[in-house]
Design a protein around this ligand. Sequence first.
Ligand code: ATP
Length: 306
Amino acid sequence: VGVFFRPLDMINAVIETYPKGIAGFQRYLAFLATRPDVADRLGAKAVARLKGDIEYRDVRFGYQPERPIFENLNLSIRAGETIAFVGPSGAGKTTICSLLPRFYEIAAGAIIIDGIDIRDMTLKSLRSNIGIVQQDVFLFAGTVRENIAYGRLEATEEEIVDAARRARLDGVIASMPNGLDTVVGERGVKLSGGQKQRLAIARIFLKNPPILILDEATSALDTETERAIQQSLAELAQGRTTLVIAHRLATIANADRILVVESGGIVEQGSHVELLTRENSRYRRLHTAQAALHPDSGRAETARLH
Ligand code: ATP
């Protein structure tokens, strides 16, 4: 399973005990997210809300320059489209997505949103247009309210309550000793895996970005929780350009387009039905292997592709 956004991985290790509240936490995040090669270009402009048409044009990238993962990646995504990336572990699905918020700098080519090269946008305004739901949800020591508002610090009470409701976190909050003011984390109430996922979803509802990157969990939640979270995620994706690093058949089958990634790039694309009916498609092979592993997967929407 991927190494999604290293800086945040590091955060996960320390997060439950991060002591200095949200302001300190944000400074800490900004510090970790700063890589020497990723910075605002001279003359970069703050963009307002983007529409979310995305284009990768002849992109070359490698974590080590001498070992490129992609030489020549081309990909167009229409605003509002949901794209599912599938393919073997280590193929580069996560990497493709992590280039969009400029967590890493590409070596050649360009990534363009709404006709603007992302390097011509300020990092802050670019990232304010992108919401990310990761497998590991990070919480800091603070209240539920602060943890939700992390998506938009100036949010009003009403907006926070609304985001919680849309993420179906309202019931959980109502059952907590101090509602939204309940402290979570090491010294407060522990949240279950499913509750953390909901909190992450609430954050993004509140942030309301036009672009969504969804790193689908591979770890198991119970089927009912998983189904409910799937439903919330589908609602979250509505009206946004959504890139899913997909592990579940249901997500994949519902995507507008599936991209099969193998080392070196995108080797196949199409809808679920197109790819399944295509003779000898890699997708079909992945799917058949999956069906053999999970003979009941026709019924279980939560079956995984790998
Ligand atoms: P998975 O399904 O396991 O999440 P993936 O398709 O998302 O895999 P990536 O995580 O994008 O694959 O990895 C692509 C390649 O880049 C792999 O060989 C991986 O080891 C390497 N890689 C990923 N992140 C880093 C990093 N931060 N530094 C160096 N190499 C990395």
